[in-house]
Design a protein around this ligand. Structure first.
Ligand SMILES: C[S@@+](CC[C@H](N)C(=O)[O-])C[C@H]1O[C@@H](n2cnc3c(N)ncnc32)[C@H](O)[C@@H]1O
Length: 241
């Protein structure tokens, strides 16, 4: 994160007068004679700064740590927690292709959008979408065990999601956002149906290696590719209409 730091100098008396009125943080840097050199993180309208500095810091979230002690998990505020019991479905969040989706959803999904999760497995991506403020999420999978687990996990996370056993071609209508973490063979068969299910952006994952990526980009040549992400040999990407 970037902040602008303003360094000022004031007579001691004036400085303490300022402190009685200024309710935000003030950093005292030095004292020279009866002068106090100090810094604040906004411009003080009536004063001329000695220096204006750009300060780069880590986001406060990067200092937050979760701690596990036996069956207790202590989670700081600001972290979105997702409870997953995958049962017989894919989607614990440990696989690189799922992690790519999570990173891309975090960056490219917009609060208030509707979304479809094609091949929901445990429902992990649907739950994340709902936690990111999706207006409505439809989760589909061809595997009845996945549908069952997805429904259970949605309930455990208190995230209302419609989950049905279906293939992309069974779905009428379309959604602002789509995510599909599938396999290349499935994309080859289903892409024509998948494509018509989103209006704005889509995240695709489950593409392994450069050859699959090249083939995949050919399939999506009608769209603009906004980002390509690689993790442990797996690729995921975001496209827009
Ligand atoms: C790799 S898992 C992804 C699970 C979860 N979305 C994740 O990201 O961890 C792919 C899922 O797609 C489902 N699937 C396979 N073919 C499908 C199809 N044609 N239509 C819908 N779902 C399909 C599988 O049953 C499986 O649950």
């Amino acid at each position: 994160m970037k902040y602008i730091r303003y360094v000022y100098s004031l007579q001691e008396e004036n400085f303490y007068q300022l402190l009685t009125e200024y309710t935000k943080g003030v950093e005292i840097l030095n004292r020279k004679g009866d002068k106090v050199i100090f810094a604040v993180y906004e411009k003080l309208g009536h004063l001329e700064p000695l220096q204006v500095q750009e300060v780069h810091t880590k986001h406060p979230k990067s200092y937050l740590r979760t701690t596990r002690i036996k069956d207790f998990l202590i989670v700081p505020y600001g972290i979105k927690t997702i409870f997953i019991n995958p049962g017989m479905a894919f989607g614990t969040g440990l696989h690189a292709s799922t992690q790519i989706c999570l990173l891309l959803i975090d960056e490219f999904f917009k609060k208030g959008w509707t979304a479809i999760d094609v091949g929901c497995g445990s429902g992990i991506l649907s739950i994340v979408l709902k936690k990111c403020g999706a207006k409505q999420v439809l989760a589909i999978d061809i595997d009845e065990f996945a549908v069952k687990e997805c429904k259970k996990n949605a309930k455990a996370n208190n995230t209302p999601i419609k989950c049905i056993k279906a293939k992309p071609q069974d779905i009428k209508g379309n959604f602002d956002f789509l995510c599909a973490n599938l396999e290349m063979d499935i994309f080859r068969k289903e892409m024509e149906h998948i494509k018509r299910l989103f209006k704005k952006r889509a995240v695709f994952s489950g593409i392994y290696g450069k050859d699959e990526l090249d083939e995949f980009l050919q399939m999506l040549k009608d769209f603009s590719v906004v980002k390509i992400k690689k993790l442990k040999g797996w690729f995921g990407l975001v496209v827009e209409r």
